[in-house]
Design a protein around this ligand. Structure first.
Ligand code: EPU
Length: 420
């Protein structure tokens, strides 16, 4: 297994470009199952999860041509069967996103039931309940979700008990080809949901209300081919900004969208960062100062994102003062805390809150990553430490951060990949 070796203690400085958003690209790729025409998806990030989604579509017979410039042309007209196998679903939970579109377009879908993962139990009961309400016949047998509908799905009034991102996306996609109107209440307002709605609209869908907690979808007979470019990754953007703030550096992040990062930027300002923004860039300068501790609580958008919690925990480890970080979205997303304590951090988990007492500097150590965002936080911890840190199990990072060591090297970091 590859590892990353980091020699920390260097303030990061420079400019980088942000890739397309993983969590927007995955549902958009799944949405191509709603039409038999070709859909061209651009600005795809170069990530394992994207390859896994292409592999999943490919194993069902969907044809795709990978272009030169971060683009792919996908045509589901050649689909042969409707089975998303456990071998792929177990490596990427977002595979569940093929359920809604396949069921709505082809009338059947079999998708391995995703299990729990390092950050929580993560059930998909709300996806299934909503699709059942739309008339689907769904059973779970031998670890597989088996979904069928004799006729078209029916539009329905759906209230989501909890805000779920991929749940909202699955139902929104299915509703595009349903008979009648679907109203999704307590819908996720995440920018990735909005990006998916824009892509679906470019394919002929009739959707309104995305970005609010009530989404209305009027079903249409068919969707058609389209060309759509994925929005920039707000979590990648935030991760680099935090890495630079934690090392007291200076950065300009390009090809991003400041207007979807308000909660994160306001916490960075509270930590002492000087921030300037343009339409598609963000500049951050710590002016050489140590960051100040921040307290925050994660919640669905537009509140502070759970996908940035681990990185802010790392920043607090070296900040001045005490920071309290409360995680409300996933029940087990503090695995990075124990690794950072091994690097000399002073953190205590109390229920769903971690209390971080900032230290001047951490000490490098061998650490192990447990999930994607925890991996990013351990890299940040390594960049702020004296001596050497090795981060093991970095296959997690390759699922969600494009060329992370090259981008950090551009900012002056001493980081290299040690192949297994
Ligand atoms: N939940 C249920 N039942 C459901 C669905 C969700 O109880 O049917 C619960 C979950 O267990 C969790 C909460 O609702 O406690 C919210 O989960 P959600 O469904 O919103 O998460 P997700 O859709 O599985 C997406 C992102 C995650 C991100 C979360 C929260 C994708 C592919 N994944 O997951 O991204 O953390 O939303 O914003 O969009 C990551 O990129 O590292 C990542 C984990």
């Amino acid at each position: 297994m590859d590892k990353l070796e980091i020699h920390g203690g260097i303030p990061l400085k420079g400019e980088i470009r942000i890739a397309g958003a993983k969590n927007s690209a995955l549902p958009i790729m799944a949405s191509t199952l709603l039409t038999t025409d070709t859909v061209k998806v651009g600005n795809l990030p170069h990530l394992y999860d994207i390859t896994t989604m292409l592999e999943l579509l490919g194993c069902m017979g969907v044809e795709s041509i990978v272009g030169e410039k971060l683009g792919v042309e996908i045509n589901s007209g050649t689909i042969r069967h409707f089975n998303a196998p456990y071998e792929l679903v177990k490596t990427m939970r977002a595979s569940i996103l093929v359920l809604g579109p396949m069921l709505a377009h082809f009338g059947e879908a079999e998708v391995a039931l995703p299990g729990g993962c390092a950050i929580g139990s993560r059930p998909v009961n709300l996806h299934l309940a909503a699709l059942k309400k739309m008339g689907a016949d769904i059973t779970v047998e031998n670890g597989y979700i088996k979904a069928r509908t004799k006729n078209r799905l029916k539009g329905a009034h759906i209230f989501m008990d909890l805000v779920t991102v991929t749940g909202t996306e699955n139902v929104m996609m299915a509703a595009c080809l349903a008979d009648g109107v679907t109203i999704i209440e307590n819908a996720a307002r995440e920018p990735e949901v909005v990006d998916l709605a824009c892509c679906l609209r470019s394919m002929g869908a009739d959707i309104s209300g995305e970005g609010t907690d009530t989404i209305t979808v009027r079903g249409v007979e068919r969707l058609h081919g389209s060309e759509y470019s994925v929005m920039p990754d707000r979590i990648e953007t935030g991760t680099y900004l935090i890495a630079v703030a934690a090392t007291r550096g200076k950065i300009k992040v390009k090809d991003t969208r400041p207007n979807i990062l308000e909660a994160v930027l306001s916490k960075l300002e509270e930590a002492g960062a000087h921030i300037d923004i343009g339409k598609d860039w963000i500049a951050l300068d710590m002016k050489g100062n140590r960051p100040k501790a921040v307290s925050l609580t994660t919640a669905p958008y537009p509140a502070f994102p759970t996908d940035m919690q681990a990185q802010f925990t790392a920043l607090n480890a070296v900040a001045e003062g005490i920071g309290m970080i409360t995680e409300t979205v996933f029940e087990n997303r503090f695995m990075h805390v124990h690794e950072m304590n091994r690097m000399g951090a002073d953190m205590k988990v109390e229920g769903n809150t971690v209390v971080v007492n900032g230290k001047e500097i951490l000490k490098g150590a061998p650490v192990m990553a447990t999930d994607l965002r925890a991996s990013a936080s351990l890299i940040i911890a390594g960049l702020m430490s004296e001596n050497q840190t090795t981060v093991d199990r970095i296959y997690h990072i390759d699922r969600g951060y494009e060329c992370i060591e090259e981008k950090l090297q551009l900012l002056g970091a001493k980081i290299k990949r040690l192949p297994s």
